[in-house]
Write a protein that binds this ligand. Structure first.
Ligand SMILES: Cc1cc2nc3c(=O)[nH]c(=O)nc-3n(C[C@H](O)[C@H](O)[C@H](O)COP(=O)(O)O)c2cc1C
Ligand SMILES: [Fe+2]
Ligand SMILES: [Fe+2]
Length: 399
């Protein structure tokens, strides 16, 4: 995409990645795509902030050269060393050996570890400022959002926060880079939550710490390195991220994620009854078949809802493995402090509930009612399932 001016003498260079099938090799983005946003500030000193993934470095450097002679760039600010932003570092270094590369002390070590770069690199300290002429940058360390070396960069004149991964999201803003170009932001907010739940969620406490550090800093623009530039309402994405981070210690929203998976349809037959019961209680329900929905799309739902219903059979004396995987991902993303119920079919001895008890201890999830049945669900089981759903729905709403 052609560079877009976002403020006087500040440009966004946004690479539209429609080629990566799985972000981080894990998260499907084939439909949605992702952008890598880099920013250029022209002043008495010329500064570039973050780069892009190596796969796109030729396209990126071509755009950069059309805007500025790389040999005239004074500084490159590296907010984050994950290769989706730093991948073009070596190619950039060849074009701009004069540019001083700036990052936190931990980022400086990583520049050597990942790229063998040692020369003309300077570590910046938390709160350090850099005069560019009319503009001024302030570097604010934000460790563990979501790597140890991360920082954000604030420009004091335009009051822009270059936040890298923080406040980012999946999705390609085709019509333009700014929030104001989309009367309905639901799609981008949904993709920001999915990105949050996939990438950032495990580090909710550090996100809250970074938010506290930035409280009181006037923000006219939030310019992340994935997705939209928030110019009309920069507070909106900050508030959303802060709210999502608060769910890390709970409570989350009064809603229920209904997860189900089945081999031969016995457990599946119960799903509609449980769902009807939940809906009769008036609680919002978000249902996912774990055998067909990638976990990337399930995690945001678990993250934001206080209640989780697990419907899956016993398999080899334990819980149906696809469901185990979903719960394992929720555990490593630190989706803690939920309330859950269980239903499922077994053939002879069961075992799914034993797994859940053990797993929920690790996540501090409270296991409420469980409804197990041998073989197929009978009429009475379906009625019980409805009532159990209704009771759980009420419990979550009353929370
Ligand atoms: C590969 C496989 C392993 C199973 N392991 C167990 C088991 O260890 N204990 C048990 O009680 N039932 C076991 N079952 C039986 C299932 O729990 C039972 O068939 C159940 O009705 C399946 O529910 P579904 O139709 O929702 O997939 C197993 C079934 C399969 C196909
Ligand atoms: Fe990252
Ligand atoms: Fe990133």
């Amino acid at each position: 995409m052609k560079p877009t001016p976002i403020s006087e003498n500040i440009y966004c260079l946004s690479i539209h990645d429609r080629r990566t099938r799985l972000f981080e090799g894990l998260w499907p983005i084939e439909k949605e795509g992702i952008t890598y946003n880099s920013y250029l500030i022209r002043d008495e000193k010329t500064v570039l902030i973050d780069l892009c993934k190596e796969l796109f470095q030729q396209e990126y450097l071509g755009e950069l050269k059309a805007l500025v002679d790389p040999a005239s760039i004074d500084y490159l600010v590296v907010n984050h060393m994950e290769p989706d932003h730093s991948g073009a570092l070596r190619a950039f270094r060849e074009l701009a050996p004069q540019a001083v590369i700036l990052g936190t002390p931990k980022a400086v070590k990583m520049m050597d570890d990942f790229f063998g770069l040692k020369e003309n690199i300077r570590a910046v300290s938390d709160g350090e400022e850099l005069e560019l002429g009319r503009h001024k940058l302030r570097f604010v360390s934000a460790p563990m959002v979501h790597w140890p070396e991360t920082m954000v960069t604030y420009e004091t004149v335009s009051q822009t926060l270059f936040s890298c991964d923080a406040f980012g999201g999946y999705g390609i803003p085709e019509k333009g880079i700014f929030d104001e170009e989309y009367p309905d932001l639901a799609y981008f907010e949904g993709e920001s939550l999915r990105y949050y739940a996939n990438i950032v969620a495990a580090f909710s406490k550090p996100v809250l710490n970074a938010g506290e550090k930035l409280a009181g800093v006037p923000l006219r623009m939030v310019a992340p390195s994935h997705g939209l530039v928030w110019r009309k309402d920069p507070g909106r994405i900050v508030d959303l991220y802060m709210r999502w981070s608060s769910y890390g210690k709970g409570p989350a929203e009064k809603g229920v994620t209904l997860l189900h998976g089945s081999m031969y349809g016995n457990t599946e037959k119960m799903v509609a009854s449980v769902k009807n019961g939940l809906e009769a209680a008036g609680v919002p329900v978000d249902a996912h078949d774990v055998t067909t929905t990638p976990v990337s799309y399930i995690l945001p739902s678990i993250w934001k809802n206080q209640g989780v219903v697990i419907g899956a059979p016993t398999y080899e004396g334990t819980l149906f493995p696809t469901m185990q995987l979903v719960l394992y991902m929720a555990e490593i993303k630190r989706a803690f402090n939920k309330q859950a119920i269980y239903f499922g079919s077994y053939g002879w001895g069961g075992g799914a509930v034993r797994f859940l008890k053990n797993q929920f201890e690790k996540m501090n999830w409270e296991l409420g009612e469980t409804l197990e049945f041998a073989g197929q669900a009978r009429e009475e089981n379906l009625k019980e399932a409805y009532e159990m759903g209704k009771r759980f729905g009420k419990l979550i709403l009353e929370g």
